[in-house]
Design a protein around this ligand. Structure first.
Ligand SMILES: NC(=O)c1ccc[n+]([C@@H]2O[C@H](COP(=O)([O-])OP(=O)(O)OC[C@H]3O[C@@H](n4cnc5c(N)ncnc54)[C@H](OP(=O)(O)O)[C@@H]3O)[C@@H](O)[C@H]2O)c1
Length: 100
């Protein structure tokens, strides 16, 4: 069992969070909109908590579930992640759709 922090409260945060809770892990959700983070934590259930946006994530594993460019700007500081494993759901930058 692990302590997992998920930064973001959207689709990927919900999907990964549900799997993490089902696997018996402790989950913390952090979102810029506290009400969305609270709502997701309630939906996930188990021992899910919410963390305050911008503070150090509590998890040993930290999952960034944000858009690529946002993830780059929202990376927790090196000090707060010195003992954590960082994973990101963003594989490629957002590419604007062609208007042609
Ligand atoms: N959905 C999929 O099936 C899927 C699959 C593979 C990879 N991905 C990748 O995973 C990442 C997340 O996808 P998603 O579907 O979870 O997206 P999403 O549902 O739109 O959630 C995005 C999250 O990012 C937050 N956010 C947006 N702009 C922000 C900003 N400027 N500062 C701080 N937080 C911000 C949103 O907060 P608010 O709600 O407050 O706006 C929300 O919590 C994307 O890079 C996507 O390409 C998604």
């Amino acid at each position: 069992m692990s302590n997992i922090s998920i930064i973001g409260a959207g689709n990927m945060a919900g999907t990964i969070g549900a799997r993490a809770v089902a696997g018996g892990n402790t989950v913390e959700v952090m979102g810029r909109d506290q009400s969305k983070a609270d709502a997701l934590a309630k939906t996930l259930g188990g021992r899910t908590t919410t963390g305050e946006w911008g503070t150090a994530p509590a998890g040993d594993i930290v999952i960034l579930a944000l858009l690529y460019d946002v993830s780059c700007r929202s990376l927790p500081s090196t000090e707060t992640l010195s003992r954590a494993r960082l994973l990101s759901t963003s594989a490629i930058p957002s590419i604007p759709r062609s208007t042609g």
